[in-house]
Design a protein around this ligand. Structure first.
Ligand SMILES: C[S@@+](CC[C@H](N)C(=O)[O-])C[C@H]1O[C@@H](n2cnc3c(N)ncnc32)[C@H](O)[C@@H]1O
Length: 309
């Protein structure tokens, strides 16, 4: 796939680490998505979105969807890159959407509450020119089945672009599973951790997409995130996963159990990701896939052909 012909202007924090204040968030509810916790590392989390978008060369899309839009900052960046586009942000979390609506002071984006599994792309009112889903499909175990149906809804020449974390074998997640396995409520914790299997290998995404269209680009990147660490403050990797992967685990525990889990897990993280003068080095691998449908549909009565360009 060709590189970008339009500058990427997704509005992300100026550089990784910008604004990161580990330990600044009061953890009132760890079960629901907490936009405040999620944006603590907004700069680091925004970088893969920009890298994904850099491979989307849509010039003048009419309809752009951000599936799993989260707190909205990155979605609003899409309106800057494509000022003429109708942009829809879809997310299953009312908390995230509330934050997104607050941020969208000009009402530029249509915010829709829906789970990806139930979301009906036809309800968007037209063929989709760009469907982007960033750091979300790891929460949607059925996404390999859903992707073909989403590509069917793309306009000719439309783009599907996704990014998922591929860090489930990293110490951050392995240690989470180990601490959970020795916890008295291990059986209750297991379902929240089984999501690891939801993310497929890069070659699986490549094969799936290449069966649908020839214009496919799949790659992996490992970011060596440098996370600031305050002396005596919480471990920054703990703060990172609190905003995402640790939520389903902490959400099933009461306060006392949660404190015990976090103390055990944090001491493991201190060993795995030692504090150094610059902070903590946190390698993070992500898988990206971009697929573009052909520009013209194949002839034939009633045939939906996503791969005829
Ligand atoms: C890690 S955040 C990513 C947010 C945003 N795309 C970004 O890159 O910053 C994951 C988002 O997926 C949403 N999500 C989780 N499961 C979902 C589902 N089944 N359907 C739709 N959204 C979902 C969450 O509410 C959350 O906002």
């Amino acid at each position: 796939m060709d590189g970008p012909t339009v500058p990427v202007t997704a509005e992300v924090a100026p550089h990784p680490g910008h604004g990161a204040v580990p330990g600044a968030v009061d953890h009132t509810s760890d079960a629901a998505w907490d936009p405040r916790q999620y944006v603590v590392f907004a700069g680091h989390r925004g970088r893969p979105f920009a890298d994904l978008l850099a491979q989307v060369d849509a010039r003048d899309p009419r309809l752009v969807i951000d599936l799993g839009c989260g707190p909205g900052e990155l979605t609003l960046g899409l309106t800057q890159r494509w000022p003429g586009a109708r942009v829809i942000g879809v997310d299953s979390s009312p908390e995230m959407l509330r934050k997104a609506r607050d941020l969208d002071v000009d009402g530029r984006v249509e915010w829709v509450e829906a789970a990806a599994e139930d979301w009906d792309p036809t309800g968007s009112g037209g063929p989709i020119d760009v469907l982007i889903t960033n750091a979300t499909l790891q929460w949607v175990p059925s996404h390999l089945r859903l992707i073909p149906s989403w590509l069917e809804r793309l306009a000719p020449g439309g783009t599907f672009a996704m990014q998922v974390p591929s860090n489930f074998d990293a110490p951050s997640h392995r240690l989470m599973r180990e601490v959970a396995a020795r916890h008295p409520r291990a059986d209750d914790l297991r379902p929240g951790l089984d999501r690891a299997q939801a993310v497929a290998r890069p070659e699986t995404y490549a094969s799936l997409l290449l069966d649908l269209t020839p214009d496919v680009d799949v790659w992996q990147t490992t970011y060596e995130h440098v996370l600031p660490a305050q002396a005596g403050g919480p471990h920054p990797v703990l703060e990172w996963v609190r905003g995402t992967g640790l939520r389903p685990v902490l959400g099933v525990l009461d306060d006392e159990e949660r404190d015990a889990f976090v103390a055990d897990y944090e001491s493991e993280l201190e060993r795995a990701y030692p504090r150094r003068p610059f902070g903590v080095l946190f390698p993070f691998t992500r898988t990206f896939a971009v697929a573009r449908t052909r520009r013209q549909r194949a002839p034939g009565p009633g045939k939906t052909e996503v791969s005829a360009r």
